[in-house]
Design a protein around this ligand. Sequence first.
Ligand SMILES: Cc1cc2nc3c(=O)[nH]c(=O)nc-3n(C[C@H](O)[C@H](O)[C@H](O)COP(=O)(O)O)c2cc1C
Length: 373
Amino acid sequence: MLSLLFQPFTLKNLTLPNRFVRSATYDGLAEKNGRVSPGQIQMVEDLARGGVGLIIIGITYVHASGRISPAQNSLADDDSIPGFQNLADIAHKHGTKIAVQLFHAGRETGKVFKPHRHQALAPAVIPDDPYFQWPYRAMTEEEILEVIQGFGRAAGRAREAGLDAVQVHGAHAYLLSQFLSPFTNRRADSWGGPLENRLRLHREILRAIRSRVGEDYPVLIKIGVQDGFPGGLEFGEGKEAALALARWGYDSLEISSGLRGPGYENAEFKTRINRPEREAYFRSWCREIKPEITVPLMMVGGLRTPALMEAVLQKGEADLIALSRPLIKEPGLIRDWQQGDRRRATCISCNKCFEALLKGETLRCVYHEETGK
Ligand SMILES: Cc1cc2nc3c(=O)[nH]c(=O)nc-3n(C[C@H](O)[C@H](O)[C@H](O)COP(=O)(O)O)c2cc1C
């Protein structure tokens, strides 16, 4: 049987050298003004040399109101373009494709980024929310329209910089999930209520992006199809949302979770991936969505063993395999696998990398640093 892991794959008009995607991963390495730093160029070079087919640069804010960290990249102004050009050049030099994840934090911004503490924006204010205790306010329609234009302009800059695609961040705790979830979106206007209204932001963002980048440029989305707590978005609606996004013209779906519930177990980055049953923890969602869409699907979430990834591709459960934490510890992992060493990734999914970022440190494998393992 022909192995698919290292077969090229064409996404829209973009040919990837293999099936491996570095899922968007915030790195805390940007310059204070959101510009690309030398450390980020080095990181992309390490990943590209390491054999990843497509690198997605993590949460890059498209509008000042959606910024979540001082060390985060920006595509909110034209001065950000040259830095991304450098990232594109270094990836392309090694035959790797590169995309950027377009992001707005919504109400999460005030939780982490102190300058935004009293001006965080959300679809609606939720009284007595057990999951969120920081100040924020509901967006006006004018603000919604401005953020949509921010996504469009940022995508135009990404294309101008020579990046191969953009990915809209429609997952996890952030603005698009806040609009999609019936728990956080309690608006009474045409941006809230039935599913189609809660997806209007996603649709208008696609429209704004297309008006800047045209029809031929790949516009991807990472979509959270279920929230991590009861009373939030349920999979039935999440699946319907994913199918609608594919129908409306997003060129690929990466399937993840939506708003976070308590602990890592109810979030996108589960821990203790220490036996085969814990791996590929969003696989059942992908299996349900994949047969009903015609655009490529990326599976993410706890994928650690090449044999399992091969099975996922062979069974047609996904087209692409996305990894985050394993490549923080081992940026050369894909190259090792390509050279025949098909061992399991050594990442133990402890999330110390994420906890370091929350403390304002830069991305690295803290477990390796502490133990030498
Ligand atoms: C340190 C860290 C940073 C992350 N940053 C992002 C990000 O910028 N955007 C995003 O969509 N997901 C982000 N994620 C989630 C990952 O992309 C991925 O969906 C999740 O970790 C599950 O995949 P994994 O088991 O291969 O790590 C991050 C995860 C970690 C651990």
